[in-house]
Design a protein around this ligand. Structure first.
Ligand code: GUN
Length: 293
């Protein structure tokens, strides 16, 4: 069994990006600039956004954080999005989700100029990704593909089961792994809360991507000997073992599953650290105008 070390790979990738940024600026290029909009006081979101800002500093990007109370109206938030769309110094930006209930996330996502949508959530980016055109691929699927690439995991002709059908992980992941080329060419099955024989489906999988946000859902009896298991779960559960008072739990019962796997991602330290590096990657593409000119 080999542990997939997302912490190590993401650190390597950050250094690669930092080097590219240095070269880009030395040759007269613009300093990349990422903005993040954070609404409310959700602990998880605050932590994610703080990590994103720190990562920007590390690789030499400019970053702008726009923080608003959760009493902000939808119209006010849409105005912020509009202003960011118009701001020529900002190459890409994100609006951290979830948003308060009185604001339509879909409306906000669709208000973002797709050329600055480094989260890859806008329907234009999702649509382009699905038909194999250059696009911003959302952070978690991109990070998982990069782990597969860097650990040289074979995908061609493999049976892949994606558990979960969210717009930001399950749906894009299933599509990307079924696309032509590497990493792809998989035969993909999507399982979800209404799937009847989930154990029978999983036990035939060469690759399992667990992304339904249900702690310890994937057990040893669901996993074939030699399978690759990617755990996207990051449920916060109370803990007396950590300073913060909580810890992250994956969707895979790691202790009993790990010994059966050829490769497995831990939680934390697997997929999680890759998502920020994916955002940095997309932001650099935006600065270079690689996708939309
Ligand atoms: N909330 C959880 N993950 C993400 C993400 O990748 N982007 C945004 N904008 N919000 C999130």
């Amino acid at each position: 069994m080999e542990l997939i070390d997302g912490k190590k790979i993401s650190a390597e990738m950050k250094d690669e990006i930092a080097l590219k940024v240095q070269e880009h600026i030395k040759s007269g290029g613009k300093q990349p600039h990422l903005a993040a909009v954070l609404v409310g006081n959700d602990g998880g979101s605050e932590t994610y956004v703080a990590h994103k800002v720190k990562a920007c500093e590390y690789v030499g990007y400019k970053s702008t954080l726009i923080k608003r109370e959760d009493t902000i109206t939808e119209a006010e938030l849409l105005q912020i999005v509009h202003d960011l769309n118009q701001n020529e110094d900002i190459d890409g930006f994100i609006v951290q989700l979830p948003l308060p209930k009185h604001i339509s996330e879909q409306k906000v996502i669709e208000a973002i100029d797709f050329r600055k949508d480094v989260d890859g959530f806008h329907p234009v980016n999702v649509g382009r990704m699905i038909i194999g055109l250059p696009s911003y691929v959302s952070a978690t699927p991109f990070g998982i593909l990069e782990l597969i690439r860097r650990y040289k995991i074979e995908t061609s002709g493999k049976n892949c089961v994606v558990i979960g059908r969210s717009n930001i992980v399950g749906k894009p992941m299933a599509n990307l792994l079924s696309q032509k080329g590497y990493p792809g060419d998989c035969t993909v099955t999507v399982c979800h809360s209404r799937t009847k024989n989930i154990k029978e489906i999983c036990v035939n999988a060469d690759i399992i991507i667990a992304a339904m946000g249900s702690p310890d859902f994937v057990t040893a009896e669901m996993v074939k000997e030699g399978a690759v298991v990617i755990d996207v779960g990051t449920t916060r559960v109370p803990s007396t073992e950590t300073k913060s008072g909580f810890k992250l739990k994956g969707d895979v019962k790691f202790d009993e599953v790990a010994s059966k796997c050829s490769f497995i991602t831990p939680v934390p330290g697997g997929v999680g650290p890759m998502t920020i590096v994916s955002l940095l990657h997309n932001t650099f593409l935006a600065t270079l105008g690689e996708i939309y000119g």
